[in-house]
Design a protein around this ligand. Sequence first.
Ligand SMILES: [Zn+2]
Length: 215
Amino acid sequence: MMTTHRWGSVPVPYITPWSAEAVTSAPLTIRHGRLAYEHEGPYDRHDGVLWVRVAYAQGAGRPYFPGVHAWRQRQAVMHDLCQICAEPAHLGGRFLFLLAARDGRPIQEGETTAVPPIHPECARQAVRHCPHLRTGWAAALVTGTPAWGVAGIRYAPGSLVALPGPDPKYPEELARVAYTDDAGLRWVLAAREVIELLDVEPVTDLDAIGRAGVG
Ligand SMILES: [Zn+2]
């Protein structure tokens, strides 16, 4: 059963944040040689990595379509939930991924992404409604989605000085840190879970993909 929120006639993706869900700014400090909150709670870290604090009030206020809700993004990616309707996204042992692609480049084998999987019918809706997909998209059926790392704001090691993002042209873009980079993980405030896409089979016709994931 689909549980998608709506804003007027427009479906609001599960991972879209609402205006009542602001990121809570909490004072940072350095503890045990890593970034920490001054007052840290049991839910501030996942696998030892510090995460941004976000309010949870899905459906309250107005949706902010360009944004991503950090907690729901993590839930969707970790539990293979559709980014639009939050139902399990399995398609006969595979998953459909739909990424923005300004240059039309197909999804690559081993590509890393913070975008959760999507149902074929939700993907068809997304292509119609999402402005960031209108300029180009790439889709693929994928068998494996192992955890790769996190995306977030990096801090200069040993300091509370936030470092600029990876691309000056896109200041909102987050830096990525792999789970193999122990030193990097100590100095990042994570906001997205990042996965790797394996056994990638590009999809060019979304209409040809059904529930079973067969083109
Ligand atoms: Zn869906």
